[in-house]
Design a protein around this ligand. Structure first.
Ligand code: PAF
Length: 287
């Protein structure tokens, strides 16, 4: 596996690969790989000749009081794991190369970012779309693979690609979970054993909502109440949001009708975790 640090060198390598007729897939990441990331890489491999993984803890998507400085990092371990699943190229840029001194451009999706995580993390999605747009320009992938755990991110990036006619196909991959149901996340490493146990309430509350819907309960207020009660009955939890929304616009809905996204953000101790599920038919057709 080749490792490239410089933007210019990456652009040249991608250009050469494209000219030689190779199909390129990009898996954008912030590193500290777990099975969820590796699954994205495996899916990418099925879609392309060459898989590029970017590893970049993007400062512009963190708020001033967020965990940029403590975000877990393990570059050596990441490169080892990526190579093992057959990644061809790792792009590991430096912050000053991605954001040089006079940098002043932002890519901003206007509406889908104004809900869910966009409310509690106001500049987050501008940081995500800006860095993803830059990665697309640098790596020029034919496809890019994102996890459905960050469902709103997947929707926002898909919107950006459509609105700006970017020539890249976005592929969403279902959330990978630990055997006990906890959605895999780099931030799970912050949880102590008691918090780790408590964090299971996210998945359990999604299951509760699914069961309620299966029994014919479609009212958002009742489903949300049940989910919140279940989360708050676990120790160390504080709810950021529990929302039922349209899986394309991200706007709240009053009832489960057709495809509806149940999205959660919950602080367990100091760690903010997110999870989601669709309460009806499949989503990606509509994005
Ligand atoms: O999902 C992530 O890890 C990040 O938001 C991404 C897409 C790599 C952009 O920095």
């Amino acid at each position: 596996m080749e490792v490239i640090g410089l933007v210019e060198k990456m652009q040249q390598a991608s250009e050469n690969l494209r000219l030689s007729g190779k199909a390129l897939a990009l898996v954008p990441t912030m590193g500290f790989f777990h099975e969820g990331h590796l699954e994205l890489m495996r899916v990418a491999k099925k879609h392309a000749d060459i898989v590029v993984v970017s590893i970049f803890v993007n400062p512009t998507q963190f708020g001033p009081k967020e965990d940029l400085n403590t975000y877990p990092r393990d570059l050596e371990g990441d490169l080892f794991k990526a190579e093992n699943v057959g990644v061809d190229l790792a792009f590991v840029p430096a912050v000053h190369d991605m954001y040089p001194d006079r940098f002043q451009t932002t890519v901003s999706v206007q509406k889908a970012t104004k809900h869910l995580c966009g409310l509690s993390r106001p500049a987050h999605f501008d940081g995500v779309t800006t860095v993803v747009a830059k990665l697309f320009n640098i790596i020029k992938p034919h496809i890019a693979v994102f996890g459905q755990k960050d469902f709103q991110q997947l929707v926002v990036v898909t919107r950006m690609v459509q609105d700006l006619n970017m020539d890249v196909r976005i592929v969403g991959v279902p959330t990978v979970r630990e055997p006990d149901g906890l959605a895999m996340s780099s931030r799970n490493s912050f949880l102590n054993p008691l918090e780790r146990e408590s964090a299971l309430c996210l998945k359990k509350s999604l299951d509760l909502a699914r069961n309620l819907v299966a029994r014919g309960e479609f009212q958002a207020s009742i489903l949300i109440k049940g989910v919140k009660e279940m989360i708050l009955s676990s120790p160390f939890t504080e709810i950021d949001y529990v929302n039922l929304c349209d899986p394309v616009s991200m706007e709240n809905v009053q009832k489960v009708e057709g495809e509806t996204l149940l999205a959660l953000a919950v602080r367990v101790g100091k760690t903010r975790l997110i999870d989601n599920c669709l309460l009806s038919a499949k989503l990606l057709r509509r994005i």
